[in-house]
Design a protein around this ligand. Structure first.
Ligand SMILES: [Zn+2]
Length: 149
């Protein structure tokens, strides 16, 4: 295999060759195992580069699939969050979590600040705020649980 050619994106083979058929005016990279080859569009340029880009495309497609699967898991973990229903219930749960993790006293949902911060009233009459970073942390933990981790 030419050291400039990446392995076959279809079968992982390393035995690759550049076939240059001058008489047929065709040049392409050929995988000796599965027969995959670059197409020839009539222009003799950078055949190795055109072959190697397939590995990148395959890696990108794999990553897109991973991200789509993760996105699906997150959407399923937050069906009510998406619709906006049950938001007070969600906030109540967050306050409980904050109580456990941050030592706050429990209270009732008060509102959402334009910054995204959640405000709640404690039992002793104070208004406290849960900042977006903590909300994100909480959501992350919930997402992992929803994803079965
Ligand atoms: Zn192959």
């Amino acid at each position: 295999m030419s050291k400039d050619l990446k392995l076959c994106p279809f079968c992982g083979e390393t035995r690759l060759t550049i076939e240059d058929k001058q008489d047929a005016r065709d040049v392409h990279v050929l995988c000796k195992d599965c027969g995959a080859k670059t197409s020839f569009d009539g222009i003799r340029y950078d055949v190795a580069g055109r072959w190697n880009i397939r590995s990148v495309e395959r890696a990108l497609k794999r990553r897109i699939k991973e991200l789509e699967a993760e996105n699906k898991r997150l959407r399923e973990a937050f069906p009510k969050w998406q619709s906006g229903e049950e938001l007070p219930e969600l906030m109540g749960e967050m306050i409980l979590i904050e109580t456990i993790t941050g030592g706050y006293r429990t209270g009732s949902f008060s509102g959402i600040h334009s910054s995204g911060a959640i405000r709640y009233n404690t039992f002793d009459g104070l208004t406290r705020t849960i900042y977006p970073a903590n909300i994100a942390r909480w959501a992350y933990i919930k997402a992992l649980k929803g994803a079965g981790e």
